[in-house]
Design a protein around this ligand. Sequence first.
Ligand code: SF4
Length: 61
Amino acid sequence: MKKTWVDKGLCIGCEACVSVDEDDVLFMDEDGLAEAKENNKELKTCQMVCPTGAIKIGDKE
Ligand code: SF4
């Protein structure tokens, strides 16, 4: 279960979210797109800096 997750269809790989992620939840995957570890965090700062709206907050299976 992930609280904060990435819609990879929207991610452009700019790394802005990772750079402000103090909880170390987000990382860049092998395709250069952001991915979230299992987490129960609401990463609102990460969501705010994403230029494409790819960071989603809300439970995802
Ligand atoms: S800030 Fe948004 S577009 Fe940039 S890497 Fe993170 S999820 Fe992808």
